[in-house]
Each structure stands twice: as structure tokens, then as C-alpha cells.
Design a protein around this ligand. Structure first.
Ligand code: CUA
Length: 321
């Protein structure tokens, strides 16, 4: 049994490295891990010591401790030792609780929690409109990134275990989280606060890129999307069914803000905030019945849409790059 538990722990620690607080790839996540290791070791030592003292006390002869000796023991073990230990842990932990330093020149990304997806806004200097995206966040490796986190409906929590600790997203309040990725890669993030039926289906991905590559990518976001001429039927159906009331597509008249921005939907790595593979069949099925894969989502079902029409819209969306 013991071997099984050790093996299970190793497996849990070893798999899914990019969504594990035990395998940090960011400065803040590394602090969190060392803090956790110190606390676990201290807790094990204290529990062992307590068990040892308990066994000794039970085995001691009846009158080996007089009243004064008993009171001294209570004072030491009940007050003085815990005070020293807790004060030491507090002094050790305080620096780790301080947010990381940032400068006004750092990249700033605003993320808003929605039921059940993430609105992502890359802020730009000089008062230019932010670049809006959804459910995928790209950041440059080695640069400090300041996240401003908030929510528009209920409380969500932004958690990318491989990069940083959790931070709540609270309506009407801006919380700040400073992240610095140390290696390029894909880091999965999740919502860590129960926020409704599809709380467990509210994931996202942080993609850490080389800084030069990131700058090129961000500049390319500002250009209107391309769509293939063969997708004109899908584009027409998108307009006719009023999809643009909720969804925006850069460079088209569609500018809805209720649902996720769909500009460059064709480049997304997931559909429905980390829920499905973004292939044609899933996209088409999602349009006709989003509740089937995301219960509680705000998007209404388009059951009246024929499968062929839903496919056409899905083809149009998949072509947005
Ligand atoms: Cu959003 Cu849980």
C-alpha cells in the first residue's frame, strides 16, 4: 500500500507538468512551491514530535509529573513554542506575499472573467484601443507581465499553476497579478472559484513566446482578419442570424461584446474556453446546441439552424485568421 501511494504521488507530480504547482516555470510559482515545501516539512516534523511526546506521556508512570511541572508543560507546549513557530513562519512567508515589482513600461493585460470564458485585452500605449481576444493569452518570455483581473458577473479565480498563484476576479474590483515566464511553452490555466454550472469547463491557456516573436504576433493582431472568399455563405449566415450582436470580428461590422471575440477564431487551440477541440464538427454542434457541451452558458441554442447552415458558419469561423 505504501509503495502504491509513493508511486501515485510521483505520477501526479510527473504528469501534466504544465498545469502543476509542483513544476513551476515562473518566478512567482517558484516562490509558492518553496513556501509549500517548507510548510509541509515543518508540519511533518511537528506532527512526528507531537506523536512521540504523546506516546511518552501515555507510557509514563502515573505520578511522574507534579502539578507545577504539568502547568509548566502546558505553558511551554501550549503557548510559547507555538508562538515562536508561527512567528517564524510568518516572517518567512511575508516576503513571498509581496507582489512582484513592475514598471509602467511592462506589458499590461486585462482579463475579465465571464460565465464561462475569459475576455483578454492587451493594453497599448498612447491611449490606443486595446487588442481584444478570448480564452488564450500570449506573453513574452523573460518580460514582466502585469495582469489586471476582474469579472463582469460573479467571482471567478485566475489560476495558472505553472506560472503563478491564484488570484480572485471580483466584479467592480481590479486585482493585480505579476507574472514572469522563464521558458517558452503552453501553460494551462483554470478557473479556481466555483462560478456556476460550467465552472469546471472554464479553462484557458497562456502561451509564452520568445519576445521578438511575441512583438510580431501582437502587431499582427491589429490588422483586420482575413477570411476565404469561399466562406461568403457562412459570413452571410453569421450576419443574418444576428451572431454579431454578441460576437465581434475585427474588420467587419460585427462588434458585439457579450460573447467572446471571434477574430482569428481559426487560430484558436480550443473551443468553448478549453472545453473542445476546435474542429468543424464541434464548432457546428456548439452553434446549434451550446448547452450540450457547456451547461449554463449565456449563448442561446440555434436549434432552428439546419446542420448545413451551422456547418457553413463554422467553416467561415474556422477560416478567420
Ligand atoms: Cu469561473 Cu469558476
Amino acid at each position: 500500500m505504501r509503495h502504491f501511494i509513493i508511486l501515485a504521488c510521483l505520477l501526479i507530480a510527473g504528469c501534466n507538468q504544465h498545469q502543476s504547482a509542483l513544476a513551476p516555470f515562473g518566478v512567482e510559482a517558484a516562490h509558492t512551491r518553496s513556501l509549500m515545501i517548507v510548510m509541509v516539512v515543518a508540519a511533518v516534523v511537528l506532527a512526528g514530535l507531537t506523536a512521540f511526546l504523546y506516546v511518552r506521556a501515555v507510557r509514563a508512570p502515573e505520578d511522574s509529573l507534579d502539578h507545577a511541572g504539568g502547568m509548566r508543560l502546558v505553558l511551554w507546549m501550549g503557548a510559547i513554542v507555538p508562538t515562536i513557530l508561527l512567528a517564524a513562519l510568518l516572517i518567512y512567508a511575508l516576503p513571498a506575499m509581496k507582489p512582484m515589482d513592475s514598471t509602467p513600461a511592462d506589458l499590461r493585460i486585462r482579463v475579465e472573467g465571464e460565465q464561462f470564458w475569459w475576455r483578454v485585452m492587451y493594453e497599448r500605449n498612447g491611449g490606443a484601443a486595446p487588442i481584444v481576444d478570448a480564452n488564450e493569452i500570449r506573453i513574452p518570455v523573460g518580460r514582466t507581465v502585469v495582469f489586471t483581473l476582474t469579472s463582469t458577473d460573479v467571482v471567478h479565480s485566475f489560476w495558472v499553476p505553472g506560472l503563478a498563484g491564484k488570484m480572485d476576479m471580483i466584479p467592480g474590483r481590479d486585482n493585480r497579478l505579476v507574472v514572469k515566464a522563464e521558458r517558452p511553452g503552453y501553460y494551462r490555466g483554470v478557473c479556481a472559484e466555483f462560478c456556476g454550472f460550467s465552472h469546471a469547463l472554464m479553462a484557458f491557456e497562456i502561451i509564452a513566446m520568445e519576445p521578438a516573436q511575441f512583438d510580431l504576433w501582437l502587431a499582427s493582431r491589429n490588422v483586420p482578419v482575413r477570411s476565404a472568399a469561399s466562406d461568403a455563405e457562412g459570413a452571410r449566415l453569421f450576419t443574418r442570424n444576428g451572431c454579431g450582436a454578441c460576437h465581434a470580428i475585427r474588420g467587419t461590422p460585427h462588434s458585439g461584446r457579450i460573447g467572446p471575440d471571434l477574430s482569428r477564431f481559426g487560430e484558436r487551440r480550443t473551443l468553448g474556453a478549453g472545453t473542445l477541440e476546435p474542429n468543424l464538427a464541434n464548432t457546428s454542434a456548439f452553434i446549434r446546441d451550446p448547452q450540450a457541451s457547456k451547461p449554463g452558458t449565456r449563448m442561446p441554442a440555434y436549434a432552428g439552424l439546419s446542420p448545413a447552415d451551422a456547418d457553413a458558419i463554422a467553416t467561415y469561423l474556422k477560416g478567420l485568421k
